[in-house]
Design a protein around this ligand. Sequence first.
Ligand code: PMP
Length: 386
Amino acid sequence: MATSLLRVPPPQGLLRPLTVPERLLLGPGPSNVPPRILAAGGRQLLGHMHPEVLQVMDEIKAGIQYAFQTRNRLTLAISGTGHCAMEAALLNLLEHGDAALVAINGIWGQRAADIARRLGRLETAGCHLPLYFMQGLVHHKPSVLFITHGESSTGVLQPLEGLGKLCHRHGCLLLVDAVASLGGAPIFMDQQEIDALYSGSQKVLNAPPGSALISFSERAREKMLKRKTKPLSFYLDMGWLANYWGCDGEPRRYHHTAPINSFFSLREGLAMLAELGLESSWEQHRANCVQLCQGLRDLGLELFVKEEKARLPTITTVKVPGGYAWEDIVTFLMDNHSIEIAGGLGPSLGKVLRIGLMGCNSTSCNVDRLLRALRDALGRCRRSSL
Ligand code: PMP
């Protein structure tokens, strides 16, 4: 009997129906996916080289150009999450002997430094102050400066003014992570002379995780074209991806089977941003962040980022209040209010709670709901031992 050959039975869990509870995701991402984007992701598959899919890819490309405020032709979506875009940017831009200067203002700088070190090219890990950039650029002559625009681990928004120009004066490319900030805080890729910019699908764009937006300036493209060696990854080789995304003027060739349904969702996320308009989106995030910050202060909580203009409008960090364990508050909100918020990450672990209001989740109603739930948590989670 054929079945007698089986030593591993079908898993019991898979024989039960899938369960997905309703939750309000107010952590640092992913955020909830609205019905329109869910419906797009649930559409029937097409072939990854069908003209209709190529058309969707072209629309995604135009949507990214709008969201990034760029006319770069090398603009596309990576089949992978934000980390994948970070890796794609670094491994395509850096070549043997190149130095990368990484500004570390939280976990994402640490991760970029880790990737650059794996590529064998991290000369130094700088700090986020302009003085350090200047010193680092002069001293190490890096080919790439990496910086995070919206540090989701600390809730800090990094100003980018003048940085692109400064880098270019020193023959360096500027690479910016805008995974947590895109659509929530202004960024102007061309005007700010950013050479490589990436973001994710699951934050302000409200699409499921799994695709990431990326764009390269002409300067960056030329650096990649002049490479003497191939990038270490075939999957993330920008030459191949540029062709698959129709960015190089050549007939498109199969590179990998794109996650087509993720692209349908991403297209809708970008369409919703285009319909709302960037300026309205920035204003929506700003206003709801202000309301949240005021509400948190009214509850007696202390904001982690003191200076208002240094606050990331999409993710707010608040100090863990004395007498409380952050895990108790996070668990209480989840169990009693079906709301997700998060503790700190990397350098902010144990110090803060992180609250995300991104895209469709950034509403005044959600702020009120969260503040009510937090008030409840503060009344119920105090520990006598702390
Ligand atoms: N950069 C920043 C600023 C982020 O907030 C995140 C995700 N939290 C990432 C990069 C990594 O993205 P992903 O989890 O999609 O790989």
